[in-house]
Design a protein around this ligand. Sequence first.
Ligand code: TYC
Length: 102
Amino acid sequence: DDQTDGDAGLAVKTRTRTQRPPLYKVLLLNDDYTPMEFVVHILERFFGLTHAQAFEIMLVVHKKGVAVVGVFSHEVAETKVAQVMDFARRHQHPLQCTMEKE
Ligand code: TYC
């Protein structure tokens, strides 16, 4: 039988470390030109935040220079960053969004 000491019938558990996938913080950076309402719109549209939550995070970025807007798997974080950067570029705003391993 599995996981016993010899065969005295005593079960011995083997501890196995749980594999967790690495998570990535998506960060929004402040700048002097992107309109506040544009940032709020991005946070609602791509991060599923309410208007109030989006406004709150936008203000943190505006005042502190940077804020974490969400934590995701590598693939989802990469997609969010690309969506934000593409949307900002298409509207000719210099908004920057990056990701870093948690
Ligand atoms: N600082 C910008 C302004 O005063 C607003 C802003 C907030 C820009 C958050 C970028 O990630 C940002 N219009």
